[in-house]
Design a protein around this ligand. Structure first.
Ligand code: ADP
Ligand code: MG
Length: 238
């Protein structure tokens, strides 16, 4: 069970307080989107969940276990970034396999995990190519493959589609929703794009200036916005 509970997370950088008392209970296998304007604290919150940044106070609890002080690799979490730094000199296969090579996994298990991820992401016939020979969407899928092979309990995505053109972004939204169904994993997806949030999320967290304005389904937010900010942010076409 990969529930994800955030308990009273606060974060300051020096005198600047960027997250204010964030508490959220995310269900097992839920697809939750954090949405809010640039600078509202989305990436900082995701980095705290991943263990790449330390909260000033508060707890991160995954599947009932407090992981607040656990190493990033021990949290059962994998993060996909906006700038998906692939290794240009390595094949698609080796890019996907990379985290498993680091773990020194034996080659039979490694191969079966890479082949499975490639199948899910429709990269099976691309495994021998280099990233430079792929389209933008295919490169993003390789970055996602690198997450899948680790069998994480929770996937975190930080604006993974914002470098792609509009048409490809639409396709990738559908692919990521399918991925969520195929993997049965808990996913937290960060975006500043309201359309992305409304079309992809089971539930949406609207963040503004480091605070949760509302946590609810797209329909709840649309029909019953808790604040003026939510009403204008969700209503605003992008
Ligand atoms: P978002 O991802 O929503 O655009 P961020 O989480 O990146 O927002 O940033 C939230 C706030 O925290 C911003 O004001 C940003 O300048 C500040 N911030 C982020 N990281 C740091 C850091 N390492 N040091 C100081 N301030 C930071
Ligand atoms: Mg960000």
């Amino acid at each position: 069970m990969a529930t994800l509970d955030l308990n009273a997370i606060n974060k300051s950088f020096g005198a600047a307080k960027v997250l204010h008392d964030i508490s959220l209970a995310i269900k097992d296998k839920e697809f939750v989107v954090f949405v809010g304007p640039s600078g509202c604290g989305k990436s900082t919150l995701l980095r705290i969940i991943a263990g790449l940044e330390e909260a000033t106070s508060g707890q991160i609890v995954i599947g009932g276990t407090d992981v607040s002080t656990a190493n990033p690799v021990d949290r059962g979490i994998s993060m996909v970034f906006q700038s998906y730094a692939l290794y240009p000199h390595l094949s698609v296969y080796e890019n996907i396999a990379f985290p498993l090579r680091v773990q020194k996994m034996d080659s039979a298990e490694l191969d079966s995990r890479v082949q499975k991820a490639a199948g899910i992401l429709q990269l099976t016939d691309k495994l021998h190519l280099k990233p430079g020979q792929l389209s933008g969407g295919q490169r993003q899928r390789v970055a996602i493959g690198r997450s899948i092979v680790r069998n994480p309990k929770v996937f975190l995505f930080d604006e993974p589609l914002s470098n792609l053109d509009a048409a490809l972004r639409g396709d990738m939204r559908v692919e990521l929703s399918q991925l969520h169904r195929n993997l049965d994993a808990t996913m937290v997806y960060v975006t500043h794009d309201q359309v992305e949030a409304m079309t992809m999320a089971d539930r949406i967290v609207v963040l503004n200036a480091g605070r949760v304005e509302q946590f609810g389904s797209p329909m709840e937010l649309y029909h019953h916005p808790a604040t003026k900010f939510v009403a204008s942010f969700i209503g605003q076409p992008n």
